[in-house]
Design a protein around this ligand. Structure first.
Ligand SMILES: [Ca+2]
Ligand SMILES: [Ca+2]
Length: 496
């Protein structure tokens, strides 16, 4: 349970940033002691180059570690405790440290299935041994779709996540290795080891749902004919830092990806709206990267989050797990306070359903925020919350990070729903190449199967041990509504 509701901030991001650079002692101002090695995003004015900003960075004892000239963003490290004030000046619109601004990956529970089961190959490559346990695939008409179109290798889906196991028997043939990278620290590293999983197999599971091979082994993905690229943005502590997200969106834009799947979100109420002056530039940098990638033809599919929050009513939402202050009313909601990337215009946001097709107990929702829904699993509905039935999760490819072995297993979460929608979008592009991100997003919604709101207060898990009414949710809207958006994505409808 705990991990499903986890959405915490990195307490000490300076230590979460992974490999530090050598201290640039010679550049540090003699008068002041060196501070911790800190990462900053330095923004040039929109539309300007970063030359002037880079010169100011050097003069302020900072080191540019990545330049995103097309969006006017520099990723900088510095141990100068006065860096923020020292760098300010002509050519620098704003600067902010990303310390503390990591967003926790919403990990689900995992249970592995036995290897013998998974590799009991039938010798019939159209009959995956574990297909019978993939209730999610018939739910969105994947078998019918595959009879028409199982995906084109010209379609490339970026998995912005914790890496993808390149040795996995169900994924090894599916990964575009030359388009894969790590983005940790905001800097690309294209070595294969860098984009393989380290402490989390979340991305490996997501990749399998999108594109696991039809090969007589394990499972099938929604779009086994397409390719996936690993874009590792989740660090070894399970956090996505804004500089990694910027790097990931820019990488996707410049490496021919038509789609990305994003299983995390950044809540600006905690991170931006409260401390605008310090933090807003960080979210501006992420938004610039998202918008640039959209302009380059990338559609972003994003999961809604696992907190059972009504994302449409943030103004009255007073709770956050880390907030012990008195409830505050959200005021001054502006574009810079959007939940990133879920609320950026043009992004497809996905809620989760379980095997009954009803909203998963944990899935966040919200009218005008949720665009479509997809299977993400619901391991609790069967017992009204008392116990977990893992076969009601989503079965996909896994990587055991302790034993370093590939396998298959169940996870649940909106993180599992997003890749079903991304897979359907990939099939749509395979059947109808050339759609713009806007056209593709609309097509996904138009072809989804509308699903009505339940009446009254909905709670499939009234007996869950976390307390009474913890998972109450109320759906609003008509044919298009807060629980399911335009409806359940459908693989057959996009290829027929
Ligand atoms: Ca397979
Ligand atoms: Ca949207």
């Amino acid at each position: 349970m705990q991990n499903l509701r986890r959405k915490t901030l990195a307490a000490a991001s300076a230590v979460s940033l992974g490999v530090g650079l050598a201290v640039t002692g010679g550049l540090a101002p003699a008068a002041s002691a060196a501070g911790p090695d800190t990462t900053y995003l330095v923004l040039a004015p929109q539309g300007a180059t970063t030359d002037k900003a880079a010169a100011r960075v050097a003069a302020a004892a900072g080191t540019v570690v990545a330049t995103y000239d097309r969006i006017g963003v520099l990723v900088v490290r510095s141990t100068n405790p006065s860096f923020t004030t020292a760098v300010a000046g002509a050519g620098v619109e704003s600067v902010a440290s990303t310390a503390g601004l990591g967003s926790a990956l919403d990990e689900g529970e995992t249970v592995e299935v036995s290897a013998a089961q998974a590799v009991a190959a039938t010798a019939d490559p159209t009959a995956e041994p574990l297909f019978g346990q993939q209730w999610d695939m018939p739910m969105i008409d994947v078998p019918q779709a595959h009879a028409v179109n199982a995906g084109s290798p010209d379609v490339l889906v970026g998995v912005l996540d914790s890496g993808i196991s390149s040795t996995h028997p169900d994924l090894a043939t599916q990964i575009a290795r030359d388009k894969s990278t790590s983005c940790l620290g905001g800097v690309t590293d294209t070595t294969e080891a860098a984009w393989n999983p380290t402490t989390s197999d979340h991305g490996t599971h997501v990749a399998g749902t999108i594109a696991a091979a039809v090969n007589g082994v394990g499972v099938t993905g929604v779009a086994p004919g397409v390719k996936v690229a690993a874009v590792k943005v989740v660090n070894d502590d399970g956090y996505i830092f804004p500089e990694a997200a910027v790097c990931g969106f820019m990488w996707a834009a410049e490496h021919g990806m038509q789609l990305t799947n994003n299983s995390y979100y950044i809540d600006p109420w905690q991170l931006n709206c409260r401390n605008d002056a310090r933090q807003r530039p960080v979210w501006q940098a992420v938004q610039r990267a998202i918008r640039y990638s959209q302009s380059k033809g990338v559609l972003h599919v994003v999961s809604a989050g696992n907190s059972n929050w009504d994302l449409a009513h943030k103004i009255t939402d007073t709770g956050s797990p880390n907030n012990t202050d008195e409830p505050e009313v959200r005021e001054n909601l502006t574009n810079s306070c959007l939940v990133l990337p879920a609320e950026v215009p043009g992004v497809v946001t996905v809620s989760a359903v379980g095997p009954t097709g009803d909203k998963s107990y944990y899935s966040s929702y919200g009218q005008g925020v949720i665009d479509v829904t997809a299977p993400g699993g619901d391991t609790r509905f069967r017992t009204q919350g008392v116990r977990s039935t893992l076969t009601d999760g989503i079965l996909s490819t896994t990587f055991n990070t302790a034993t370093r072995t590939d396998g298959w297993g169940y996870k649940q979460g909106t993180s599992m729903a997003g890749p079903h929608a991304a897979g359907v979008a990939a099939l749509a592009l395979s059947a109808h190449p050339g759609m713009t991100p806007g056209q593709l997003g609309s097509f996904l919604e138009r072809t989804a199967e509308a699903k009505a709101c339940p009446t009254g207060v909905y709670n499939p898990v009234p007996l869950i041990p976390t307390g009474p009414n913890a998972y109450d949710a109320t759906c609003s809207g008509g044919k298009r509504n807060g629980f399911y958006g335009a409806g359940m994505v459908n693989a057959y409808n996009v290829v027929r």
